[in-house]
Design a binder for this molecule. Structure first.
Ligand code: SAH
Length: 393
């Protein structure tokens, strides 16, 4: 079996919290073997539909995550810890550094933890609702170097706010924005509704496929930009655009795929549920001077159903649903809109296989699936699959 970017210098590192964290299921397995396992898993699921091409791996599969989330807690002896929830529980496993997370982000989280005592900031207790700091989220634009820190608090006031900002920025001058997010609910969701920008612009920017994107705290953005760029290039190539097409970018997030494809299409329509992401997408289109793209904030299934009911047509459909996959309402409407090509990007080959079942039973032929390792050391794989209209329902 042939892999692109075969990983040459496998470093031997072992994570002390591997078992409890559960994130890196493949950690004690060589990178080459990981790619083989992922290839086999995707092949098993998608081979019934089409050829599965060799997986594209990473040359340096470490510290690729541009987004790091840490939950804060206090031990019985008063020691403050930060890390991840133990798999399937709400116990916090302390993490100082992580094999796959951005190292700068980990350093920022460690330093915030070190500052809490002198600022008399207590960690939040999920059972009693007492305390302040719940989570810290750090996002870094790998291409721009811009860094966002989100402090998720149980109530809106951060004591000695200005000193806190000054101290943190002294330690990490690369931080370009700091946002307070208020989450006062008993919930396993990390981010709450309310936000207050206390330093900088409230978002960061990154560059992908030559286009600049702004990313707000609550907007989805791919966590591995190195692999995402390869994946998008493949997706856009598979779409076979000539400049004449009407394109739909469904589940579009901050508009990345549609904006990267806009120069090769007549018109692009993006649809996305998350309001903050839609706002980012609209600004991103403007920033990158794309005049032929428009974005709609809606459930993708409802939006497509409405388009189909109005007798609209589309030439190409990009779809990139969440792990749960698409809905039957979405796919039914997609078929009615009649795109010649559907480029289906997925972070879960199981739901993708389920959805390919629908499309291939309703007038589409799968022409090839291309796996990308966007999540080394974890059990996850991203795939892009091309479906072509065959005319036979
Ligand atoms: N294509 C984007 C985002 C993919 S992630 C990118 O590559 O960056 C999936 C996106 O689907 C998320 O932004 C999520 O907010 C959105 N989403 C989830 N359920 C949705 C629904 N029912 N309708 C529309 N968008 C949805």
């Amino acid at each position: 079996m042939e892999f692109e970017n075969r990983h040459k210098n496998q470093k031997k590192k072992v994570c002390p919290v591997m078992k409890k964290c559960g994130g890196c299921r493949y950690q004690d397995i060589s990178y080459e073997r990981q790619l083989e396992l992922k290839q086999a898993q995707v092949a098993k699921l998608l081979k019934p539909f089409c050829r599965v091409y060799p997986i594209t791996g990473m040359e340096h599969p470490y510290h690729y995550r541009n987004k790091v989330h840490a939950v804060f807690d206090r031990l019985k002896d008063g020691t403050i810890i930060s890390g991840v929830y133990e798999e399937k529980t709400h116990r916090v496993v302390p993490v100082d550094d992580c094999l796959i997370e951005d190292e700068k982000a980990d350093a920022i989280i460690r330093d915030i933890r070190g500052m809490l005592r002198s600022f008399k900031i207590k960690t939040y207790d999920e059972d009693t609702g007492y305390g302040l700091l719940r989570h810290v989220l750090v996002r870094r634009g790998f291409a721009t170097g811009q860094i966002m820190v989100v402090l998720v608090l149980g109530s809106p006031i951060l004591p000695s706010k200005n000193n806190f900002i000054r101290e943190l920025r002294k330690l990490h001058p690369e931080i370009t924005t700091i946002v307070i997010n208020v989450n006062d609910k008993k919930t396993s969701m990390v981010l709450g509704e309310k936000e207050n920008v206390i330093y900088g612009k409230g978002y960061i920017e990154d560059v992908l496929c030559g286009q600049t994107f702004r990313i707000s705290p609550k907007s989805f953005y791919q966590v591995n930009p190195v692999q995402t760029e390869k994946l998008y290039q493949k997706a856009i190539k598979l779409a076979g655009l000539t400049g004449k097409e009407r394109v739909i970018d469904a589940y579009c997030g901050i508009g990345t795929i549609g904006i990267c494809a806009a120069n090769r299409a007549r018109e692009v329509i993006g649809v996305e549920l998350n309001r903050d992401a839609v706002r980012d997408a609209v600004r991103n289109a403007k920033m990158n001077e794309k005049k032929n793209i428009s974005f709609y904030g809606a459930d993708a299934g409802e939006f497509m159903t409405q388009m189909a009911a109005q007798g609209e047509r589309a030439d190409v459909l990009f779809m990139d649903p969440p792990r749960s996959g698409s809905s039957e309402a979405f796919m039914r409407a997609a078929v009615r809109l009649g795109p010649k090509r559907i480029v289906y990007i997925s972070c879960n080959p199981e739901t993708q296989a389920r959805d390919l079942n629908y499309f291939t039973a309703n007038g589409y032929r799968a022409q090839g699936a291309y796996p990308y390792d966007c999540f080394p050391f974890t059990g996850h794989t991203e795939t892009v699959c091309l479906l072509v209209k065959s005319g036979k329902a």
